[in-house]
Design a protein around this ligand. Structure first.
Ligand code: FE
Ligand code: FE
Ligand code: ZN
Length: 286
């Protein structure tokens, strides 16, 4: 018998219950953790943290044995710290990242997931240099203990972070690398070309060689609507895509990933969240 899985899904946070409602939603799925956005993922409009009902949420978590350090925050998508085209947006991205780190720290969460960004056609070298510069500026001036998790991406368009080499390169060049980690998205890495179905051991080895498994803290557990290497980023429900239930179960129960937090981001089915059923399906391991 291995350790109990730490598994949940992304959940919403909306008025009037705010974060307390997020906890209730997670509990309704039989989850023991969850991921949330501190506002709409597409924009940076954020309510003050004092209005998020954090104390009520924390009480509810405590009563239900949810460890807040396993609860994950996802940064808004509009942050692009790889942007070298527009200094205004680059500066704004750094500010938004800083704000989001502060919010995460105030709430009491440990992990903030961040998309590495888009080089907007200027090339990966330029993008990497920008990302490293931004992370150094933000983290060198931050005293919290929030860990920024760079998410593995599908490589759609000019998206950065679709290879372990790139992510390893970023981490190795940031001064406070102890403040960085990785969120491994199964749909994205498959879409980026990694063979999770037939060679997950090889993928883990490659991750370890290029980044180091100690940096891996969160796994986004998603099936994929597309074939390996499609660079698409379209999530599918568990067992209904090109990864399949067996592969996703093997990943979720992998002994080397025992301490990682598993978060589902699969699509709704007929306007209904599939997470209760999908979490139950993944917990089974025979
Ligand atoms: Fe993401
Ligand atoms: Fe993801
Ligand atoms: Zn995705």
């Amino acid at each position: 018998m291995g350790k109990e899985l730490i598994i949940g899904s992304h959940v919403s946070m909306s008025a009037p219950k705010m974060l307390e409602g997020s906890v209730l939603e997670a509990l309704s799925y039989g989850a023991n953790t969850f991921m949330f956005y501190t506002g709409a993922p597409q924009n940076s409009a954020r309510k003050p943290v004092s209005e998020l009902r954090v104390e009520e949420a924390k009480r509810l978590m405590k009563e239900n044995n949810i460890d807040i350090s396993n609860v994950v925050v996802h940064a808004p998508y509009i942050i692009n710290i790889a942007n070298a085209k527009d200094e205004g947006i680059y500066e704004l991205s750094k500010k938004l990242l800083k704000d989001e780190i502060n919010r995460t720290s105030y709430i009491g969460c440990k992990y903030l997931v961040l998309h590495p960004g888009s080089h907007l056609g200027l090339g990966k070298e330029v993008g990497l240099a920008r990302i490293i510069m931004a992370l150094n500026e933000v983290l060198d001036n931050d005293e919290s203990d929030v860990i920024v998790l760079l998410e593995t991406m599908a490589g759609k368009g000019n998206e950065m972070g679709s290879s372990f080499e790139e992510i390893g390169y970023i981490i190795n060049n940031v001064n406070k690398r102890e403040r960085l980690g990785v969120c491994f998205d199964t749909c994205h890495t498959h879409d980026a070309g990694y063979d999770l179905v037939d060679d997950f051991e090889g993928v883990l080895k490659e991750f370890d060689d290029n980044i180091g498994l100690k940096y891996l803290h969160v796994v986004h557990v998603n099936d994929s609507k597309n074939v390996r290497g499609a660079s698409k980023d379209r999530h599918e429900n568990i067992g209904k895509g090109y990864l399949g239930l067996d592969t996703l179960r093997k990943i979720v129960h992998h002994p080397l990933l025992e301490n990682t937090i598993k978060i589902l981001e699969t699509p709704y089915i007929n306007d209904k969240a599939p997470y209760k059923e999908e979490i139950a399906l993944l917990r089974e391991n025979n």
